[in-house]
Design a protein around this ligand. Structure first.
Ligand code: IPD
Length: 273
């Protein structure tokens, strides 16, 4: 089956803007909040509604397509990436931010075909940041081309860092150790509270590298394409190839900077998606 990727792109641009509008309208309103894996892993009715909107509209437009969605997976649907065109969706990345009214929230959605990333969108509707990429066509912010930074000196780099939504003591230990390792060695460490936006910041050149353990395919599937199309690299944090289902990634402006980080950071291996 040959996909009309132009059509897929046009459809998902419109849908992510529609989903983004719901997020923007509700970010400073009262929300109904529930827990998932633990008391800091949150979900709201807006997460569920935006995912439903995206999946039902995409299903009616592209009946043969498959889906991996954060809230569908939480509801028990198997997370499976096949060669079929598959939309990988995080309806609200930065749910904790959304719950608190902190405006680093986004819709993150990607289309992978034959296990290759073809389309990636990360849309923050509150700050009006629309990151997009298509394979082989570059990466864009609000329609303008973006490129990673050229900073290969670790001591002058700004690193995107996240504490995550797991309170597993083994994982927390590694997160804290890496924070202690990195902070004295780099210019600074920044946290957006959204994995997708951490990756978008590397693509934009706002930060030079970023890595995290314990995230899921829906957090990184769009960011992977946006970073690589902006000229950066996305690898496994131990140095091997990136695997979208591994719940591990490291992205950087260059292989050189990525390699320097690989040699100093502690590793953590969560259960795969
Ligand atoms: C979370 C955010 C956060 C990251 C967590 C993710 P969610 O996604 O991306 O920055 O540290 O690991 O689960 O739950 O807001 O979609």
């Amino acid at each position: 089956m040959t996909e009309d990727l132009d059509e897929c792109y046009d459809v998902i641009v419109k849908l992510s803007k529609k989903g983004g509008q719901l997020i923007h309208e509700r970010i400073w309103s009262q929300k109904s909040v529930q827990f998932k894996s633990c008391e800091v892993d949150l979900v709201t009715e807006t997460d569920q509604e935006v995912e439903k909107l995206l999946i039902s509209s995409l299903k009616s437009k592209f009946p043969g397509h498959k889906f991996i969605g954060e809230e569908s997976t939480a509801a028990g649907i198997k997370c499976e990436l096949t060669d079929y065109p598959t939309w990988i969706i995080d309806p609200v990345d930065g749910t904790m931010n959304f719950v608190h009214g902190y405006p680093n929230v986004c819709v993150s959605v990607a289309l992978w075909v034959d296990k290759v990333a073809e389309i990636g969108i990360i849309y923050n509707p509150v700050l009006e940041l629309f990151f997009s990429a298509r394979r082989g066509q570059g990466a864009f912010l609000n329609g303008k081309p973006i490129h990673v930074s050229q900073e290969n000196d670790l001591s002058k780099s700004l690193i995107g860092y996240e504490f995550g939504t797991s309170r597993d003591p083994e994982k927390m230990k590694v997160v804290m150790e890496n924070m202690n390792i990195l902070t004295p060695l780099v210019h600074g460490v920044r946290s957006t509270g959204s994995c997708a936006q951490n990756m978008a910041m590397v693509a934009l050149g706002g930060t030079d590298a970023n890595f995290e353990y314990g995230i899921h395919a829906w957090d990184i599937a769009a960011g992977y394409l946006i970073v690589t199309e902006a000229g950066g690299v996305v690898i496994d944090p131990a140095g091997g190839p990136f695997d979208v289902l591994s719940r591990r990634y490291l992205c950087a402006c260059s292989q050189d900077l990525a390699d320097q980080l690989v040699t100093i950071i502690k590793q953590h291996y969560p259960e795969r998606d």
